[in-house]
Ligand binder design. Structure first.
Ligand SMILES: NC(=O)c1ccc[n+]([C@@H]2O[C@H](COP(=O)([O-])OP(=O)(O)OC[C@H]3O[C@@H](n4cnc5c(N)ncnc54)[C@H](OP(=O)(O)O)[C@@H]3O)[C@@H](O)[C@H]2O)c1
Length: 239
């Protein structure tokens, strides 16, 4: 999908990859960008509408829905990553509340608008969804679960004209990856890669040099083949 004259909503838009996505959407000619953030957000571009949006708050999600008339692209970008060793259940729950359930709640809330526009859902996942990064195992669990959810939504919504895209980000230079001393791509590179992948209609988007190195292996691998096989069950169950 091309962003020209489209309406886009991005969660976690106040910093990091979310903020870069707002700028890149504007550069690509988006008509309106709804920038979701937990705290006040300022952008001088008149096409940006800030939304107060904690993705764990059902009331804030509902208020956000009330402020949006039409929507072509929803980007579930908001996320948390906390270093842990799986010893604290509340840390696992916190990751699931934001990265998995927050994305799902926001998706459900905006689905009627996306069905109407035959729009797209873009979920910002991580390579840690495919294999755990053991310094952030709770985060990895939540991203693996979010990836699995993305695949189910893709299968459910295929017949309704809504496309669902997974973004498998590698290391990106934001606050989230501050403690990792490894080469990182810029948030701007990631944002460009995400919208390039969306424009090409890619189901699974690998937007940066590290993620691109495994793209071919993923697309031709057993897990992707199984996803396609299992997706074929959806119409039978619905029927
Ligand atoms: N950076 C990487 O290396 C990397 C790699 C793979 C995947 N990703 C994914 O890319 C996405 C963006 O990450 P980032 O690197 O830009 O991280 P970041 O700089 O830490 O920004 C995280 C964003 O999420 C928001 N957020 C956190 N909890 C929220 C909640 N409950 N409701 C609404 N917003 C919330 C934050 O808002 P506040 O400012 O209010 O905290 C912030 O805007 C995440 O989903 C992350 O998992 C990042």
């Amino acid at each position: 999908m091309n962003l020209e004259k489209k309406t886009v909503l991005i969660t976690g838009a106040n910093r990091g990859i979310g903020r870069a996505l707002v700028d890149e959407a504007l550069r690509r000619g988006a008509k309106r960008v709804y920038a979701g953030a937990r705290s006040a957000l300022h952008n001088t571009d008149k096409r940006v509408t800030p939304l107060t949006l904690d993705v764990t708050s059902v009331s804030q999600i509902q208020r956000a829905v009330d402020e949006v008339d039409t929507l072509d692209v929803l980007i579930n970008n908001a996320g948390v990553a906390i270093y842990d060793d799986l010893s604290k259940l509340d840390v696992i729950e916190q990751h699931l509340a934001v990265n998995l359930l927050g994305s799902l709640k926001v998706t459900h809330a905006f689905l009627p608008l996306l069905r109407r526009s035959k729009g797209a859902i873009v979920n910002n996942l991580s390579l840690a969804a495919l294999a755990p990064l053991p310094v952030i195992p709770a985060y990895s669990i939540s991203k693996a679960a979010e990836s699995n959810m993305t695949q189910s939504l893709r299968a459910f919504l295929a017949g309704q004209g809504v496309t669902v895209h997974a973004v498998f980000l590698g290391p990106i230079d934001t606050d989230m990856s501050r403690g990792l001393e490894i080469p990182k791509a810029s948030a701007e590179t990631a944002a460009q890669g995400i919208f390039d992948g969306l424009e090409k209609g890619e189901q699974d988007i690998f937007p940066d040099p590290v993620s691109q190195s495994i793209a071919e292996g993923w697309r031709t691998g057993a897990a992707k083949a199984l996803e396609r096989q299992f997706a074929a069950f959806v119409p039978e169950i619905a029927a």
